[in-house]
Design a protein around this ligand. Structure first.
Ligand code: FPP
Length: 258
């Protein structure tokens, strides 16, 4: 994706001592960066606040992450906002999150318009409250023609359910005679995942130090480089994003070869 160097330099002025824009190679950027935004609850608890305040603070980090991705010229940004398992959280927290998704999206639509960002959702949206679903649809409709960065938000997403759904869609096509068993290739599966048409993530960033994938993009992360930071999601910022890219650029990617 195109990047505006003047804007990027200004955005990354005031560098801390250990990292600056010059530490990364802008000609070797990841195309797709994905985030597991973990630690909102712990961030809030550490401040004696209700867990839900952590999610509100998490929105600010996500907004900064969208802006940073645009400034850096990332093609695809994805983020795990709500898993198929998160329904087990207290009803009050689930309600707050659903409300936050809808209100944030409405509030941030001008940013997507301004920055030419196309919105996409990964997951089963049918189970979401109607007002949240309606706002998501509005976001999809209003940004569908944009060809800058793609921002894919995973909501009511679970990787195993996604893969089972792809298998179901394939089985339906096979029984309808549209597909034969020999046609069930890697591409046939990939094209039936929520991420169809998107490149696989090059870099996965997980905050708050946990070393697990939590049922996120299990198929798509096959060759993804993983960066884990101890920072809680509300503390994640443009500088930590640079540190993640610097680490990514220090890795040797072999995709199973030598
Ligand atoms: C993980 O922290 C975070 C979530 C389950 C929700 C992610 C939501 C946001 C970042 C804010 C809203 C996003 C949008 C798109 C408006 P956690 O609650 O699991 O934290 P913990 O592990 O410390 O309990």
């Amino acid at each position: 994706m195109q990047r505006d160097m003047a804007k990027l330099r200004a955005y990354y002025a005031d560098a801390p001592s250990d990292i600056s824009l010059d530490d990364i190679d802008l000609s070797r950027m990841p195309s797709h960066v994905s985030f597991i935004m973990d630690g909102n609850g712990r961030w809030a608890q550490a401040r004696g606040l209700d867990r839900t305040r952590g999610h509100v603070a998490g929105v600010d980090s996500l907004r900064e992450t969208v802006t940073t991705s645009v400034r850096l010229g990332i093609d695809v940004l994805s983020a795990y906002a709500f898993s198929t398992e998160n329904w087990r959280r207290p009803q009050r927290e689930v309600n707050l999150l659903m409300h936050l998704f809808a209100t944030t999206l409405v509030k941030e639509l001008p940013l997507f318009h301004q920055e030419n960002v196309r919105l996409k959702f990964l997951g089963d949206l049918d189970a979401l409250p109607k007002d949240t679903r309606d706002v998501f649809q509005r976001g999809l409709d209003e940004t569908s023609s944009y060809d800058g960065m793609t921002f894919a938000l995973a909501v009511n997403y679970g990787s195993r359910a996604e893969i089972a759904r792809a298998a179901r869609l394939i089985a339906q096509d096979v029984s309808a005679g549209k597909l034969s068993a020999e046609d069930v290739t890697v591409d046939a599966v990939a094209s039936r995942l929520y991420t169809a048409g998107l490149p696989d993530p090059d870099l996965l960033v997980r905050t708050s130090g946990e070393l697990r994938l939590s049922n996120y993009l299990l198929w798509q992360l096959a060759y993804t480089e993983i960066y884990v930071t101890d920072l809680y999601w509300p503390d994640f910022n443009r500088w930590e994003y640079l540190r993640a890219i610097r680490a990514f650029q220090g890795r040797g990617r072999r995709y199973g070869g030598v």
